[in-house]
Write a protein that binds this ligand. Structure first.
Ligand SMILES: *Cc1c(COP(=O)(O)O)cnc(C)c1O
Length: 376
């Protein structure tokens, strides 16, 4: 096949996948087929292993993008008279608030600026003050700005108060350590098309078995009921409704490559190298990251947009794309930013190549002022 080189996606899902992962989608599977069911079983087993949850937890896969699984986790785990506390430092936390509202689950939030971490001490205080709170819904890596939240400390606080913790670990799962043996949680939600480097189309929820067993009838929804999906899958080995077969097959291959690479440690180290190279390379061009480095997750970096009248994101995006890289718009409400992802299957040359493409783009657009008071 003689195709032009595809651009490298520097976006936090969908992301750049390997040939081997994409080639896994070149055959069709029957959803009831025994070989396909083995693939589903393998994915469930392997994702549990990544968080060391084999003894205590169950993996329940679900069709759809990651948000579908977050919504399914809230709907299945939180009883209709439950009360969810949402520590909120960004766009994906706000999405959880919206989910609670849409599902009619009582909720409260603790709001933080987008450039700060959630604090365990605040959650400690909130849980002590309000015994009606049943669940805490935390975003591990807030992909909006790229902040890493202190999951372990928060999990210990939630456990101390005997409440239930649901973690949106969509953009951290597989790259940043989550260990069910040490960090107590009832649910961790992730998806195929992020740090495991599969294609988008399915999510999965790692749920504590003893919790899941008590979730029958909580869900407001038929298709989004993780309890039913789990019971059916255990009985039949099959998905309840048509599975995204090609996505499942691709994820299976992506996980095999993840294991070959060296698992979480190697994947996390590679992303950390990408993140370092990106911030250093961009600094040479005058770009400043939005976050303090102490709270930056090695997943996605938000940069201040150039402080120059010649800058607009659309042109900047198109010019960088012409040079082979896809960037991501900022997701902040107050100030103009753009984001660059550090995750995906691209070689060590990917980040330096992107920085070079951005340097050329600045020239092409006639941008000289990248940060206030600094000339590129
Ligand atoms: C990607 C992501 C999601 C899911 O978003 P979708 O648009 O449904 O794929 C949820 N939470 C976080 C933190 C994410 O990074």
């Amino acid at each position: 096949m003689n195709q032009p080189r595809q651009p490298i996606l520097l976006t936090p899902g969908p992301l750049t996948t390997s040939d081997r992962t994409r080639e896994a989608m070149l055959r069709d599977w029957g959803s009831w087929d025994g070989d396909f069911n083995q693939i589903t079983a393998r994915i469930r087993r392997e994702t549990l292993r990544i968080v060391h949850g084999e003894e205590t937890h169950e993996c329940v896969p679900l069709q759809g993008s990651g948000t579908f699984s977050v919504e399914a986790a809230i709907g299945t785990l939180v009883p209709r008279d439950g009360h969810v506390l949402v520590p909120n430092n960004g766009a994906y936390c706000q999405r959880i608030v919206k989910i609670c509202r849409a599902l009619g689950r009582r909720h409260a939030s603790i709001d933080y600026p987008e450039d700060t971490q959630v604090k365990a001490a605040d959650i400690d205080r909130a849980l002590a003050a309000d015994a009606s709170i049943t669940h805490v819904a935390l975003v591990h890596c807030e992909t909006g700005a790229g902040v890493l939240n202190p999951l372990h400390d928060i999990a210990m606080v939630v456990a101390k108060h005997g409440r239930s913790l649901i973690v949106d670990a969509m953009s951290s799962f597989g790259a940043i350590d989550i260990d069910a043996r040490q960090t107590p949680f009832d649910a961790v939600v992730a998806a195929s098309g992020k740090c495991l480097e599969g294609v988008p189309g399915m999510g999965f929820v790692i749920v504590r078995r003893s919790t899941l067993e008590r979730c029958e009838g909580n869900s407001h929804s038929l298709a989004m009921d993780l309890y039913d999906q789990w019971v059916y899958m255990n009985r039949t080995m099959q998905w309840r409704f048509t599975p995204p077969t090609h996505v499942v097959a691709a994820l299976d291959q992506a996980i095999a490559q993840y294991v070959d690479e060296g698992g979480l440690e190697a994947r996390g180290a590679r992303y950390a190298r990408n993140c370092r190279a990106l911030i250093d390379g961009m600094a040479k061009l005058g770009f400043r990251p939005f976050l303090d480095q102490s709270i930056q997750a090695p997943i996605i970096v938000t940069f201040h947009a150039p402080d120059d009248p010649a800058y607009d994101f659309k042109t900047f995006y198109q010019e960088v794309k012409k040079r082979g890289y896809i960037l991501y718009p900022g997701k902040l409400t107050q100030i103009e930013t753009f984001r660059v992802g550090c995750i995906g299957h691209f070689g060590e040359a990917g980040i330096p190549g992107a920085v070079a493409a951005i340097a050329e783009t600045l020239q092409a657009m006639g941008i000289s002022q990248v940060s206030p008071g600094a000339l590129a």
